[in-house]
Ligand binder design. Structure first.
Ligand SMILES: [Zn+2]
Length: 517
């Protein structure tokens, strides 16, 4: 009897093979969707089978018999690799049990976020990773090592050059943090204490990262005319890439302020020349015309804050220095387009939120530069600074080496809206990009830049990070006055083969992983 059954099974298998068909078992089967695989310029009508955490089959529906536990009919919907965000400020959400779901990003279609950007990372990384993994995370997480964080460990807030011994110590700490699974290093050369470092110091650390096959991600020394200027800052980045033999990635590329508007053409040329020489240069960009940063970083002269906030206030109360500080603060406000272009989006006194610096100055009956120091005494103030030109935004956006990155942190709508906003405005409304370019810039290209294997494309053998969205309904809801609205129109999100969003609702499952290089 048993032999008969086996014989029958062999016969069925043979027949199936003759048919060109074989049966596969899957946990989830996605059918009837318009599939963008992350690489091709066109969509195809394909089916995708998932087993465990892996895509086990991609093909035409009738080519294979798939027996699935669950079938998703994606008719009329877009199927895409989950988006990968190379620059976020989700660090403090992910190790907090109330926020580790990472919903602001999840609902945008993001399945992997990066943390540790702008030169600032959780330290020590191994401890942070363990804590997040224990809590469970809603998306995958890529980590970078912050140069500023390492520098602070060795030199505090000091504004001097590193000694030889300090540099060696920093290199050791860099290696320690890379060993904990980081994908590369980040710098925030605009911010203290990164701004105090020389190019040589950064190169010495980037060399350690290069030996580990990591990447260099940077918030450049200047995105405007604060110190060395935007174009020299791009040149410094390229120099670091060339000297340390490391791929360099410019974060949130932009022309910040009227002084540097329309410099995108020159920057694109400089980057292309470097690429022709074999230097690997890429960038990420958020699609908004306002940046967000701290009021202090935006308008207070950097020398005045050396040593931290207390030192700043002491200098400000020194009559010899006060007028110089005020004068330079006024220049910095003008560089950003004037006090009416600086909108307070986060402050200890919530009455300040939603007002611009001009309105606050009028309330206080003071000059804007004086009002700055009145409100800085209250604590951390975050601003949206309307300082970008649509010409530069679109010019960068269409470059093949520029990918989507939210820079998402509290208060700016980009944390909740970047990816759907870019889709709504730049794909659907303004036709700056086609849908495939938008998807490729938000998935496979980013995976390649981060050197993240087996993610970012819908291919057999890859991890099943897949999103399904309604092309008519996928949209951002967050704006500057209400920055905390989840995006809409994402119908499914599958992370590591498990459903995180089903029929538009969060499944309450934390399917992300702390990824390790
Ligand atoms: Zn930044």
């Amino acid at each position: 009897m048993e032999r008969k059954i086996i014989g029958l099974l062999v016969l069925v298998a043979l027949l199936a093979a003759c048919n060109g068909k074989s049966k596969i078992e899957a946990d989830i089967l996605i059918v009837n969707g318009e599939v963008y695989d992350g690489i091709e310029a066109m969509s195809q009508s394909l089916s995708i089978a998932i087993k465990g955490d892996t895509i086990v089959w991609v093909g035409h529906q009738n080519d294979k018999e798939v027996v699935a536990v669950k079938t998703i009919d994606a008719k009329g919907l877009i199927v895409s690799p989950g988006f990968i965000d190379p620059h976020t400020h989700a660090t403090n959400d992910l190790d907090n049990s109330e926020h580790s779901h990472n919903k602001p990003f999840l609902f945008q279609g993001v399945t992997t976020v990066t943390v540790g950007n702008d030169g600032s990372s959780p330290y020590p990384l191994a401890e942070y990773r363990d804590k997040c993994q224990e809590l469970g995370v809603g998306t995958n997480v890529v980590t970078l090592v912050g140069h500023g964080t390492i520098r602070k460990q060795v030199m505090g807030e000091s504004d001097r050059e590193a000694s030889k011994e300090e540099l060696v110590k920093m290199q050791q700490l860099m290696q320690q943090e890379l060993n904990a699974g980081a994908f590369g290093m980040s710098t925030g050369l605009f911010y203290a204490p990164g701004s105090y470092s020389t190019t040589d110091e950064v190169v010495a650390l980037a060399e350690v990262v290069a030996k580990n096959n990591g990447i260099y991600d940077t918030h450049m020394r200047d995105e405007s005319t604060y110190s060395i200027g935007l174009i020299p800052a791009v040149q410094e980045t390229i120099e670091i890439g060339e000297r340390a033999n490391i791929p360099v990635h410019i974060s949130h590329i932009k022309c910040l302020g009227v002084d540097v508007w329309k410099q995108s053409d020159s920057i694109i040329k400089i980057v292309e020349e470097a690429q022709d020489k074999g230097i690997h240069v890429t960038a990420n960009q958020y699609p908004y015309n306002a940046s967000a940063t701290s009021l202090k970083a935006a308008v207070v002269p950097r020398w005045a804050e050396s040593g931290g906030k207390d030192s700043l206030l002491i200098r400000f109360n020194d009559t010899g220095l006060k007028s110089k500080i005020l004068e330079q603060t006024q220049t910095n406000i003008a560089r950003r387009g004037g006090p009416e272009k600086l909108l307070i989006i986060q402050a200890p006194d919530t009455l300040l939120q939603g007002k611009n610096l001009l309105e606050i100055a009028q309330d206080l009956k003071k000059k804007p530069e004086e009002a700055v120091f009145d409100i800085l005494k209250l604590g951390y103030i975050k601003i949206a600074s309307f300082n970008m030109n649509p010409y530069d935004i679109e010019n960068f956006m269409v470059q093949p080496w520029v990918v989507t990155g939210s820079d998402g942190g509290s208060g700016h709508p980009r944390k909740y809206g970047t990816f759907p906003y870019k889709y709504r405005k730049f794909v659907k409304e303004d036709n700056v990009l086609d849908l495939a370019s938008f998807i490729n810039q938000s998935s496979s290209k980013t995976a390649k830049i981060l050197k993240l294997p087996k993610r970012g494309t819908l291919q057999e053998g890859n991890y099943a990070d897949i999103i399904i969205f309604d092309p008519n309904a996928f949209t951002d809801k967050a704006n500057y006055l209400d920055a905390f609205q989840l995006s809409e129109g994402l119908i499914y999100s599958i992370i590591n083969g498990k459903l995180s969003i089903e029929e538009g609702e969060f499944t309450e499952k934390l399917n992300g992983r702390m990824l390790k290089k």
